[in-house]
Design a protein around this ligand. Structure first.
Ligand code: GTP
Length: 494
């Protein structure tokens, strides 16, 4: 069978491959960069929203709530102790020689009951008696380590201190003492008084709030020592020892109030600090971006993964589309759209190669230029569309002719050109004759009637020094002779 058109091979030329690769790289870069940028921007936006919510809402709200509770638990005892220190009854009782200890014990018991505190006390400078609600607990002595607090209070310039210590009057349980210096009207030091608070309640309070708001809450003194946390009754650590926090410890203690942040291995920690001047303690409320940001981060990873899949899919689809269009373009560039045969340009390209192979192999070959006879009349009689239809039919007929490895194209108008391989003049004439007869014998139907369609052909065989063009020229001349001498004939070029 004659080869009318060879499908373009899959192999693309080098520059096309490079262009495709460049398109793929540019496309993937553009998509990846824009996807990644959008994902990162939305991640940063969500993260900063979370941070703003934490810093501007969550931390201050938690701090306010716990501050209100602490007011009750810490500041109220401060006022009670302050009142006790200025109580003239106490001053007078001391001045009168501390005669009946029951009097002061009753006073201490009533204070304890009325204000619902853990303990109340008065230590007299004159007698060194430690009075408590049940009487005299002991005598204070400078040589006893647990009594050291009293001598500190005795010497301190401030009017009071807050001390976390073990309470000997209550099974040595841990308590917060408000230790106020008692001075009489003349400024003479009479001793120390105040109340003690159970650490348990405060400790529970911090723990509860910490758990409810997912925050780390603790109280810090002016030196930076962590005096109370939700998890430990009294920590021995100071903020100067906490990784990350130590870097801003001095700044925080100096600023007293505000929001700060520091970095640890777990991420950024945001800190709200509030100073309680009455008790000289700082309330620290800490929160981490933690879980909320982890969710946003997960969404970012998911976005990026989706982006990778989309980029890959886009690249694959683009590549497939480019390949398909390239093929279609190649077909359009090489095929005659009316007959589906190879067009002139493709024929010339392929013929050059076939000719070169045949010449090198020393094999004879020929070209046949075939032209329909009186085609103009067909158009005139039956219309241009019928002419087109006839051209298609003739093309199919030639294509169905017998020889393998030959090339066939529509050369132009109503002309067809064949390249016959392994073919000397005699064989070429035989092939051309067979085609002519085949056409003659075919029943072409035009306008509802059978029409006789003929072709004239010029045949030229290769001669040394011939190019494709020179062979076609000779075949053309031979064709004209065939036309001139009556048409419907094959003429061999001389
Ligand atoms: N329908 C149709 N007509 C075409 C096409 N290409 C060329 N033609 C027509 O083919 C006709 C060729 O006319 P001529 O060159 O005079 O040739 P002819 O009528 O076949 O006469 P001879 O070749 O001398 O036998 C012209 O009328 C062209 O318009 C085409 O693609 N379709």
């Amino acid at each position: 069978m004659m080869r009318a058109f060879r499908e373009p091979t899959g192999a693309a030329p080098m520059d096309t491959l490079l262009q495709r690769r460049r398109l793929t790289v540019i496309l993937s870069l553009l998509l990846s960069i824009s996807f990644a940028a959008v994902s990162l921007i939305s991640y940063q936006a969500s993260r900063s929203t979370i941070q703003v919510a934490l810093v501007e809402k969550e931390l201050p709200l938690t701090s306010n709530a716990i501050y209100a509770e602490l007011q009750k638990d810490l500041i109220r005892p401060y006022f009670i102790s302050s009142m006790m220190a200025t109580n003239t009854f106490l001053h007078d009782w001391v001045a009168s020689g501390e005669k009946d200890p029951d009097i002061v014990s009753r006073y201490l018991r009533e204070t304890k009951l009325k204000y619902q505190v853990f303990t109340s006390f008065f230590v007299s400078e004159a007698t060194r008696n430690y009075y408590y609600p049940d009487g005299i607990l002991k005598k204070i002595s400078a040589s006893v380590p647990v009594d050291k607090w009293y001598f500190r209070v005795q010497q301190m310039p401030e009017s009071y201190e807050i001390n976390i210590d073990y309470d000997a009057a209550n099974n040595n349980s841990l308590a917060i003492f408000m230790n106020f210096r008692v001075l009489d009207r003349t400024g003479k030091y009479l001793g120390a008084t105040g109340v003690g608070l159970s650490m348990d309640r405060l400790h529970r309070l911090l723990g509860e709030y910490g758990g409810r708001y997912q925050k780390n809450i603790f109280l810090v003194d002016a030196q930076g020592r962590i005096r109370l946390t939700g998890s430990h009754p009294a920590s021995q650590r100071s903020i100067q020892q906490v990784p990350g926090l130590r870097d801003i410890a001095a700044k925080v203690l100096q600023a007293r109030n505000g929001t700060f942040q520091y970095r640890t291995a777990d991420g950024i920690t945001f800190l709200n600090v509030r100073y309680m001047p009455e008790v000289r303690l700082f309330l620290f409320v800490e929160g981490q971006e933690g879980e909320a940001v982890a969710k946003v981060r997960q969404a970012l990873y998911l976005n990026l993964a989706i982006c990778v899949v989309i980029v890959l899919l886009t690249i694959v689809l683009t590549d497939l589309t480019v390949r398909r269009f390239r093929k279609r373009l190649e077909v359009m560039a090489t095929v005659d759209h009316l007959t589906g045969l190879m067009n002139r340009q493709a024929f010339e390209l392929i013929s050059e190669r076939v000719m070169a192979d045949s010449v090198q192999a020393g094999e004879p070959f020929a070209v046949v230029l075939a032209d329909l006879d009186y085609f103009k009349q067909i158009n005139d009689r039956f219309g241009h569309l019928a002419g087109d239809h006839l051209l298609r039919e003739v093309g199919a007929l030639l294509q169905a002719a017998e020889r393998d490895a030959d090339l066939l194209c529509r050369w132009g108008g109503e002309e067809f050109l064949l390249l016959l391989r392994h073919c000397d003049a005699a064989e070429a004439e035989r092939v051309a004759e067979a085609l002519r007869r085949r056409l003659l014998g075919h029943a072409f139907m035009l306008g509802g009637r059978r029409e006789r369609i003929t072709m004239s052909m010029g045949v030229a065989t290769w001669r040394k020094g011939d190019s494709l063009q020179s062979m076609i020229d000779r075949a053309d001349k031979a064709l004209y002779v065939a036309k001139d001498t009556g048409r419907n004939r094959v003429n061999i070029a001389v």
